[in-house]
Write a protein that binds this ligand. Structure first.
Ligand SMILES: [Zn+2]
Length: 151
């Protein structure tokens, strides 16, 4: 779990009046002169508060154009769901231990999968293979835990 595959650009030193949006280079796709958003605050898929501002890795803030910030949000969801799935498979306490939440996670990952599979865009932040594997693992976990209703 790290962001080392998204190199930061030290040239983001614009003077900001509005910290949410500026114009510059997207840290994911490298597009120049686009409106940029910082994806640091908000709620994750499990409705937990998402705050990366206090994390050490955010000493070098990353900025994303609009499509990449959407994808960054999906990446965050995929990683969080994957983390909870690993806990579930290890029989630790997991947010996915409830069937309802597990089903919601599957339908959310299905939505993300159809997003990464359509179009010609190269998904730098969210490899379709990673999403597809997560979906398969979730479905396996569902039928293993709740075989009668979902097989
Ligand atoms: Zn971008």
């Amino acid at each position: 779990m790290n962001d080392q595959d998204h190199p930061s650009h030290p040239e983001h030193q614009s003077t900001l009046t509005n910290p949410q949006v500026l114009s510059g280079i997207c840290d994911a796709c490298g597009k120049v002169g686009v409106d940029l958003y910082k994806v640091s605050l908000g709620k994750d898929f499990f409705n937990r508060t998402y705050d990366r501002l206090s994390h050490t890795e955010d000493l070098h803030p990353k900025w994303f154009c609009s499509p990449c910030s959407l994808e960054k949000g999906y990446q965050r969801d995929v990683r969080n769901i994957h983390q909870e799935l690993e806990k579930l498979l290890a029989n630790d306490s997991s947010l996915l231990s409830e069937e309802k939440t597990l089903l919601q996670a599957i339908s959310h990952v299905e939505k993300i999968e159809s997003y990464v599979k359509k179009g010609r865009k190269i998904h730098l932040l969210l490899p379709p293979r990673e999403v597809g594997l997560l979906l398969i693992e979730l479905q396996q976990a569902l039928s293993a835990r709740f075989p009668s209703e979902n097989s």
